[in-house]
Design a binder for this molecule. Structure first.
Ligand code: PMP
Length: 360
């Protein structure tokens, strides 16, 4: 069996230890005689799995009391709509920071549900930077401020959490949650699709401050209301049980490997290895301002874009797959989520040097 280095932006690579453990427990979870996939979601076995997953996530992120952790479905995309539905009263204003493709999707989804104020946009420089907070034009009475912590396509990442006083800060952390320690207290709501840094597709994570639950006017339909899921502890209807189980194994893996402090150190080292190589060569180019570059998704171009198809094909024959840039932008993109070992990044850099030597 050959396992490839999978640089996909999502669904992304998962830790091999987690996959082996899931395989080992596939037919008989802890002597239950059944797979987690076959269990009743209301039985004590599954409930213990979900409770352990939540407890481990709370430990990893030091989630304070007064925040609910919700395991939902519908991906991060449903959150684009649930957020305004749940946090807006009538037609209040919501501030959005526009940093690229995913911010745009969040903005467009909110437009029908709130008065959206785009408080800052990086469009003037093709979304290659995070607009300085001193230039934001926030509204006086925003129900919340939304930002996309990491633009998976553009490769632009916020270095910290915006400071906007009492306005609840909402963050799409789909592609960088768990990549570094986080001060949850400074956020009103965090959401993420699981299929990048957390676990399998089909699960979305929401961490929400209690006072933001149950305030939407009009109240959203039950399935779209955070209050429903908080009250039922994510068991209002059948949750994505197997995805929650695998995410729980990922949380355990992170805890066993030094938590988020150690994860951040590994992620800094991996990102530095790749960016340093790109910056040291005229053959490869990354357009993002250095301070705002993503540690998770590294998009780059070859100076001669005609060589990109060759580059990708050669990478695949060397067991490095899913390096093609997003279909909307082309080029190359390497996603370096927690489960990508530094050996994978080293193999990529070695291949890049080799390709450059041959074709440069
Ligand atoms: N936000 C970001 C930053 C993303 O990268 C993605 C998925 N690529 C989404 C939202 C949408 O996630 P989903 O497919 O889970 O709806």
């Amino acid at each position: 069996m050959t396992r490839v280095f999978n640089f996909s932006a999502g669904p992304g690579t998962l830790p091999e230890e987690v996959l082996l453990r899931a395989a080992d427990e596939m037919l008989d979870w802890h002597g239950s005689g059944q797979s987690v996939m076959e269990m009743s979601h209301r039985g004590k076995d599954y409930v213990s799995i979900a409770e352990a997953a939540e407890a481990d996530l709370r430990t990893l992120l030091a989630v304070p009391d007064g925040y609910h952790v919700l395991f939902l479905q519908g991906g991060a995309s449903l959150q684009f709509e649930m957020i305004p539905m749940n946090l807006i009263q009538g037609r209040a204003v919501a501030d959005y920071i526009h940093t690229g493709e995913w911010a745009k999707k969040a903005i467009n989804a909110a437009k029908g549900l709130a008065d959206v104020n785009v408080a800052a946009s990086a469009e003037d420089r093709s979304f290659t930077y995070v607009p300085a907070q001193s230039d934001w034009r926030r509204s006086d009475n925003a129900a919340y401020l939304h930002y996309t912590a990491n633009e998976t396509i553009g490769g632009v990442e916020f270095g910290g959490i915006p400071d906007v006083g009492d306005v609840p800060v909402i963050s799409d952390m789909s592609s960088n949650l768990l990549s570094r320690p986080l001060d949850v207290r400074r956020l009103g709501l965090i959401y993420a699709g699981a299929q990048k840094n957390i676990g399998p597709a089909g699960l979305a994570l929401v961490i929400i401050r209690e006072d933001l639950i149950g305030i939407g006017e009009p109240a959203p339909p039950a399935m779209l209301d955070y209050a429903t899921h908080a009250k039922a502890r994510s068991l209002y209807n059948t949750p994505p049980t197997f995805a929650v189980y695998v995410a729980g194994l990922v949380f355990q893996w992170l805890l066993e490997n030094g938590g988020l402090v150690a994860a951040e150190e590994r992620n800094i080292a991996k990102a530095r290895l790749l960016y340093d190589y790109i910056d040291g060569s005229d053959f490869y180019l990354n357009p993002v301002d250095k301070a705002d570059r993503s540690r998770m998704n590294v998009p780059f171009r070859l100076a001669n874009t005609e060589l990109e198809a060759d580059f990708l094909a050669g990478a695949a024959t060397n067991n490095m797959v899913e390096l093609k840039g997003h279909r909307s932008v082309g080029g190359v993109r390497a996603s370096l989520y927690n489960a990508m070992p530094i050996e994978g990044v080293q193999a990529l850099v070695d291949y890049m040097a080799d390709f450059e030597a041959k074709k440069g």
